[in-house]
Design a protein. Structure first.
Length: 295
């Protein structure tokens, strides 16, 4: 054993670190891991959330794959999640680059763009519901736009638009902060050297800025996709899963069926499957974009 290894092995760890880490680990176990394991257990039963129950094995999981409601909910969830993730990252990156530049009232603009993130989704959702139900259709009729003349919330084909709009409007703020943090790590001397070489603004972004904030892009992509796949409050406030269950996301289906529809164990199994799907997607994103950062 080398002297450095010996010194490392003989080094004493301050007990204060254990006093900080162990209680937190216990709290995590009690309030997160234990309920999660209980939920997994209930997914193999016919429990209604109360009273006695019987073990049914994989019956709930098998039934999920033959349930049209589940397939529609997953399809709609992935549909809006992709749109929300793309829009948030494109708009947030554009705003971050603009706010990082030499513009007047920079801090004021940052505060303005961050305000939506501080508001309750449900509260602001009901405000947007009024806008999409009344002023916007009135504007559409005045301008002679047929598809805008009636409320999109009551239209099966267009009801997803208000949900995506609200999710993007509120989700941009946090992503802008992350991108701004990434932009602050880039040395201005790099841009100055590029300017001397005659690099234009577009080339500067794609050749310098974007590659250097790659890790921040990966973080934003994973977080925004995770949040988009978990879209729930926007659905509750705007559409309630309608019209005709057209805007029912997986999380809303789990809530509605599990807590109010008498499908506690069945929707618990659905939540376990959804958890696995989210974990796989996050792993793929981190693996793929992490490898790109090393190139």
């Amino acid at each position: 054993m080398s002297s450095s290894q010996s010194a490392f092995s003989n080094r004493k760890v301050d007990r204060a670190y254990y006093w900080m880490a162990v209680p937190a680990a216990i709290l995590f176990a009690v309030f997160l891991y234990v309920p999660f394991l209980q939920g997994v257990m209930y997914s193999f039963t016919n429990s209604q959330g109360y009273g006695d129950y019987k073990w049914v094995g994989l019956r709930n999981y098998i039934a999920l794959f033959g349930d049209d409601r589940v397939w529609r909910a997953y399809g709609f969830t992935f549909f809006i999640a992709i749109i929300i993730t793309v829009l948030i990252n494109v708009i947030a990156m554009f705003l971050a680059v603009a706010l990082n530049g030499r513009i007047a009232f920079k801090n004021g603009f940052r505060a303005i763009f961050f305000i939506p993130y501080t508001l309750s989704v449900l509260v602001i959702g009901y405000v947007f519901k009024y806008i999409f139900m009344n002023p916007l259709p009135a504007l559409g009729r005045r301008l002679g736009i047929d598809w805008l003349s009636t409320s999109m919330i009551t239209n099966e084909k267009l009801a997803w638009i208000p949900i995506v709009f609200l999710a993007v409007w509120q989700g941009i703020a946090y992503s802008v902060l992350i991108y701004l943090a990434g932009l602050q790590t880039i040395d201005n001397e790099i841009y100055e050297a590029a300017a001397i070489d005659g690099v234009n603004a577009w080339q500067k972004f794609w050749k310098i800025t974007f590659p250097l904030i790659g890790p921040f892009f990966t973080i934003n992509l994973v977080l925004s996709m995770k949040n988009a796949l978990g879209t729930f409050d926007q659905v509750v406030a705007l559409t309630g899963g309608g019209p005709n269950s057209a805007t029912q996301t997986v999380t809303y289906l789990i809530y509605k069926g599990g807590l109010t529809g008498g499908e506690y164990a069945y929707q618990t199994a659905n939540s376990v499957v959804f958890f696995i799907v989210l974990a796989i997607i996050a792993f793929i994103q981190l693996k793929f974009f992490g490898s790109k950062e090393k190139i």
